[in-house]
Design a protein. Structure first.
Length: 96
């Protein structure tokens, strides 16, 4: 299953970011990428992380996200949404 995770900063969290913590975060994200769990990652207009994960369940996705150092430190959290295949084309081929 595919999940979209959008970072939500916890108030006053950004001021607690330091270089060593950000390095730990980058190393963990890199490992999850190499493991095939995080498939894509971006920043949005607010400079918040947007991750596309491939996991077997929402619980697994939540566990993966909770392993990130910034989440463990209580500095950020993620809004998690399951993505499903687009079925809108079905109406084009319904009678064929």
């Amino acid at each position: 299953m595919v999940y979209l995770a959008v970072e939500e900063e916890i108030e006053n969290g950004r001021s607690a970011f330091d270089d060593s913590l950000l390095r730990e975060e980058a190393l963990r994200v890199h490992q999850l990428y190499l493991d095939g769990i995080i498939r894509e990652f971006y920043f949005n207009d607010d400079h918040c992380a947007v991750l596309k994960l491939e996991c077997s369940s929402k619980t697994e996705a939540e566990e993966i996200l909770s392993s990130l150092p910034l989440v463990q430190g209580g500095l950020i959290r993620f809004a998690l949404t399951q993505l499903t295949p687009y079925t809108g084309f079905n109406r084009l081929f319904k009678n064929q």
